[in-house]
Design a protein around this ligand. Sequence first.
Ligand SMILES: Nc1ncnc2c1ncn2[C@@H]1O[C@H](COP(=O)(O)OP(=O)(O)OP(=O)(O)O)[C@@H](O)[C@H]1O
Ligand SMILES: [Mg+2]
Length: 325
Amino acid sequence: MSRLQVVSGKGGTGKTTVAAALALALATEGKRTLLVEVEGRQGIAQLFETEALPYEERKIAVAPGGGEVYALAIDPELALLDYLQMFYKLGSAGRALKKLGAIDFATTIAPGVRDVLLTGKACEAVRRKDKAGRFVYDYVVMDAPPTGRITRFLNVNDEVAGLARIGPIHNQAQAVMRVLKSPETAVHLVTLLEEMPVQETADGIAELRAARLPVGRVIVNMVRPRLLDAADLDLARTVPHSDLARSLSAAGLGGAHHGRPAERLVAPLLAQADEYAERYALEHEQRAALGELGLPLHELPLLAEGMDLAGLYELATELRKQGTT
Ligand SMILES: Nc1ncnc2c1ncn2[C@@H]1O[C@H](COP(=O)(O)OP(=O)(O)OP(=O)(O)O)[C@@H](O)[C@H]1O
Ligand SMILES: [Mg+2]
C-alpha cells in the first residue's frame, strides 16, 4: 500500500472530498494520516467544519477505531522560507528576502520551484520518523491540483533537477522524484460518470503513465442510485398503457374521485422512465470507457442531502468496504 496517496481529477468532481474520505479510511484502526492541501483554498477546513488551517500540522478528526487524521494547508511562501531556513540557515535574512521579493520570484516567476516546495513538503512528511525510528504518519494523502496540471505538478522536480545541476535544490528535487516515481506513491483520479470528466481521466492517465508516475485507482464520485435495470427499462418501453394504468389503480395511485385518474399518470411515468433510460445508457457507456483503463475502479454514492461530516465518514466507510485501504 503506497504511503503517499495523491488525489487528482477534473475540477469540481470531488478531489477534496475524496482525499478527505480516503485520509479517514486509511486512518481507521489506530493509524495516523496526514491530509495535505496544496492549493491554499481551505477546502479541508470547510469540509471538517473547523476554522481555517494554519501552516501547521493539526489533528482534525478521529477515525473509527481510534485512528487520527492530521491536516496541513501548505502555504507556498512559508514553505519557501522553511526551505531557505533549512538549507541556508537564513533566520532574519529570510524576512529580508520576503521584503525584497524573493518569494514572489519563487512562487510566481519560477512556479517550478514553488511546486518543488509543495511536493517536497509532502514527501518530507512521508519520510519523517520519530525518535524510535517509526514513521510519524502511516499515510500522507494529498488533495492535489486538477488532472490538467497534475503531471507537470508532480514532474516539476525533474525540470528543476535539470535546471539546478548541483546544490541543495538539485538534491531535494532528486529525493522528491525518487519518492514520487516509486511504488511508495499512487496517484488516484476522481471522476464523474459523464463524458467530459471520463475523457479527462483517460487523458490524465496517459500523461501520468508517459511520465512514469505511478497511477493508482479511479474513483467515480457522486454516483446516482440505480433505479431500474435493463429488463425494467425494456418493460417500460413495451408495456401496454392500459395494463400500467390498471396496476397504478390497483396500487391505490391516482386517487379515486375522477373518472379514470390513473391513466393520467401513465404518460408522465413513462416519460420519467425514458429520461432514466437515457441516463442509464450514457452511464453505461462511461463505465465501459473507464473499465478499459485497466485500473481498479471504485464508486462513491451521491449523498442526496449534500456533504457534511457524517457524509464524509459514510464515504470513508464505503472506501474501506471497497478495499481501497
Ligand atoms: N459524494 C458526494 N455527494 C454529494 N456531494 C458531493 C459528493 N462529493 C462531493 N460533493 C460536493 O461537490 C462539490 C465539489 O466537491 P469538492 O470540493 O470535493 O471537489 P473538488 O474536485 O475538490 O473541487 P475543486 O476543483 O474546486 O477543488 C462540493 O460542494 C462537495 O460537497
Ligand atoms: Mg478541491
